[in-house]
Design a protein around this ligand. Structure first.
Ligand code: HEC
Ligand code: HEC
Length: 406
């Protein structure tokens, strides 16, 4: 018996009601039509290559299934890691290689116990791990939850092209590039599982991306699995199309190779965590003053160039002048949308406002945007441009700008 998503109906928020209204006008094909389509970019690239287009569809479906039957069957590495989402008991034998920490796992068990209190009370001999195996959602259940909770913004294939997305800024994330902004990792690595978990708990402040704390923990874990499926599928798809443009075949061998490359990227995330194990220099007027100095110094932090002298997101680099002499945003993000540096005086941090969140943002930059990471930037003498103390001074200063908004 699987998790019955209908047993505990979710209260739809306003936007979900909007989505329901929109599904009425034919955007969402509903649970009946379950195909995952190709990326419009692939359609364009393969417009004159019907054979390859068909091969791409077949291969993607073989690797990732459909919405009704999503799968990761061919990701051997995923299974070897003990993280095949199709096998809900995977963590029980995963040991040190498992993706969940023991604390997370007990939290999942506890959440399931609570949710299943009724059933368990009627089956007093039920083994808790069996109950857990029954309730960790299958990928198909998570795909269905994605359909009701996320699809109207993020789109059927996670392309960020759901109907609600058309009207909001920033746009919902297109997962298919594998680029995620608010993670704890550097070097543009893929997100760790925990990064996506935290995101679903927290939402993205100041944007339309809500918190999903109202869902159960296993439901959120299942959604993380499904977001990863869509992202990996999207990356494999674009690698295969890029290969075709380089005169390579779209066949089994190419698909296996693409999968290995993409999965390799996701596995690297673990080695890329920005941890700070020193003592965080406490916030103080002196630290803030030092932070402000670095913020303004064109040879050191140079944050002023984008964020402006008062941190209002109005630095000189943020704008360009168009043919009519109007000031328009100078930057676009990796998805092609205009983007402005953050106005810190708005008091909102999208990637979390804890000091360590801001530290990670400043250290590694924000993926997919012009916001640069400065944690490992070298100065003219080949030494690190900023010390850890300098970075924390910037963190305290930037946070102090936001504080004033409250
Ligand atoms: C009302 C629209 C909306 C809904 C519903 C929504 N999202 Fe989002 N989501 C967004 C927006 C907007 C962003 C981009 C925020 C940004 O770029 O700062 C986003 C970003 C994300 C990201 C990327 C975060 C990062 O660090 O780059 C993930 C993952 C995500 N959403 C998952 C989900 C999942 C899973 C659901 C359903 C459980 C969901 N979203 C529902 C609007 C939505
Ligand atoms: C080239 C332009 C540029 C420079 C230089 C720059 N930033 Fe940014 N910064 C941005 C953009 C663009 C964003 C918004 C990204 C987004 O919306 O996802 C941003 C966002 C941020 C955020 C917001 C994080 C959040 O969670 O909302 C912080 C903090 C930040 N920058 C700090 C700094 C600091 C400190 C410096 C100097 C060391 C700096 N930035 C230099 C462009 C820049």
């Amino acid at each position: 018996m699987g998790l019955q998503m209908t047993r505990a109906p979710h209260r739809p928020g306003l936007l979900c009601c909007l989505a329901l209204a929109l599904t009425g006008c034919g955007f969402d094909p509903g649970p009946g039509a379950m195909k995952l389509s190709l990326n419009p970019a692939s359609e364009k690239a393969l417009a004159d290559a019907p054979k390859e287009r068909a091969a791409l569809e077949v291969l993607l479906e073989r690797l990732f299934g459909t919405r009704a039957g999503p799968r990761y069957e061919l990701i051997d590495a995923w299974k070897e890691d003990g993280t095949d989402p199709k096998h809900p008991d995977r963590m029980l034998e995963g040991g040190a290689r498992a993706e969940f920490s023991p604390e997370q796992w007990s939290a999942i068990v506890a959440a399931n116990r609570e949710r299943l209190a009724y059933e368990i009370s009627h089956a007093p001999n039920a083994d808790s791990s069996a109950a857990l195996a029954d309730t960790y959602p299958s990928l198909a259940e998570s795909a269905e939850l994605f359909r009701t909770q996320c699809l109207h913004c993020h789109g059927v294939e996670g392309g960020g092209d759901g109907p609600t997305g058309a009207t909001i800024s920033p746009k919902p994330r297109d997962f298919r590039k594998g680029i995620f902004k608010f993670t704890a990792v550097k070097d543009k690595a893929r997100p760790r599982r925990e990064d996506l978990e935290e995101l679903l708990e927290r939402g993205v402040d100041g944007t339309a991306m809500p918190s999903f704390l109202r869902l159960s923990l296993p439901e959120r874990e299942g959604l993380v699995d499904y977001v990863r499926l869509l992202a990996i599928r999207g990356e494999v798809e674009s690698l295969l199309v890029a290969g075709f443009q380089d005169d390579e075949e779209i066949d089994d061998a190419a698909a296996a190779e693409a999968l290995e490359i993409v999965w390799g990227r996701w596995q690297k995330a673990r080695e890329k965590v920005i941890a700070f194990d020193g003592v965080v220099p406490p916030d103080s007027p002196a630290m803030r003053a030092r932070g402000r100095e670095l913020f303004l110094d064109p040879k050191r932090g140079n944050c002023v160039s984008c964020h402006g002298a008062e941190g209002k997101g109005d630095g000189a680099l943020a704008f360009k002048t168009d043919a009519q002499g109007r000031k328009t945003p100078a930057y676009r993000d990796d998805w092609g949308f205009e983007i402005m540096p953050r106005d810190f005086t708005s008091g909102v941090f999208r990637g979390g406002s804890r000091p360590i969140d801001i530290y990670r943002r400043v250290y590694a930059g924000i993926n997919g945007t012009p916001m640069p990471g400065i944690g490992e930037t070298k100065g003219p003498d080949g030494e690190l441009l900023l010390s850890h103390e300098d970075l924390w001074a910037l963190v305290h200063y930037v946070r102090s700008l936001a504080e004033r908004a409250h």
